[in-house]
Design a protein around this ligand. Structure first.
Ligand SMILES: [Zn+2]
Length: 265
């Protein structure tokens, strides 16, 4: 039976099964030290729907040690075309609790903190962001995204901003000193509508996987994080473009900070 309310932040976490990460350890530039960095890391995932659920899935699968999941509300039937952490028997129950249970079953070595709250009603948001190594922004509206962006800029916490609509996807990586979300989208993109937009699950899953990959790169030191670049694509005709993002010196969020290593080259 689906739970009607989420218990206070629940935790799992412990040793991962032997051999769990063998197939990724030999990736060029990865190795045991990178795996250890993942194990010691915390990622805050804001939103565990189609995008954030996919990101959380692959962050847990890669061995990120601690995930803080924030998502309000109950599971509904139309969520199931894309939210692969959810199970039909949980309809009516807390979505973030269902995500936690599914992740815990698959990845017992990962500590999960599940918070069934709106970001705007989370007084401890600044503390949670400051305690994260990376934030994955998979919310669906600009007020939440700006809230996260400002907290990340203030605490110099790297963020991966992931968004989709229909067959389109957007990905922006923000690291200290690089252009932030408010530099790139000063007033919010009207196509990123609050709820009600169309969603093909394969598209949201792809955006979530991209976000997880960037978060893993930032934490582990593997690969080259895409700070300062905005990826926009449309799977309708498989059109991909990478735009160079620019710092806005008058940005109300990051305008007072010095450029840093995340500035595009
Ligand atoms: Zn900015």
């Amino acid at each position: 039976m689906a739970p009607t309310a989420l218990a206070p932040a629940q935790r799992s976490g412990g040793a991962s099964p032997p051999g769990r990460y063998d197939r990724q350890l030999d990736l060029p530039g990865f190795g045991p030290a990178a795996q250890e960095r993942l194990r010691g890391a915390t990622v805050l995932v804001a939103g565990v729907g189609g995008v954030g659920g996919a990101a959380a899935t692959y962050l847990a699968a890669a061995g990120v040690g601690r995930l803080v999941l924030v998502h309000p509300g109950a599971l509904e039937e139309p969520d199931l075309n894309r939210q692969t952490l959810m199970r039909p028997e949980w309809i009516g129950g807390s979505r973030v609790a269902c995500a936690e249970q599914t992740l815990r079953a698959h990845h017992p070595g990962v500590e999960i903190v599940a918070i069934d709250r709106e970001l705007s009603q989370l007084p401890e948001l600044g503390r949670l962001v400051a305690g994260a190594d990376v934030v994955v922004d998979a919310r669906h509206n600009f007020p939440d995204r700006y809230l996260l962006n400002d907290a990340c800029v203030a605490t110099r916490t790297p963020a991966v901003v992931a968004a989709m609509n229909a067959t389109e996807g957007n990905l922006l990586v923000v690291q200290p000193g690089s252009p932030c979300l408010r530099c790139v989208f000063t007033e919010g993109d009207p196509s990123w509508q609050p709820l009600g937009f169309t969603v093909l699950g394969a598209v949201s899953g792809m955006v979530g996987c991209l976000a997880a990959t960037e978060a893993i790169k930032i934490i582990s030191g593997f690969g080259e994080p895409a700070a300062g670049r905005l990826l926009q694509f449309d799977l309708w005709d498989l059109d991909f473009r990478v735009l160079r993002a620019r710092r806005d010196p008058h940005c109300p969020s990051c305008g007072g900070q010095a450029p840093g290593s995340g500035e595009p080259r």
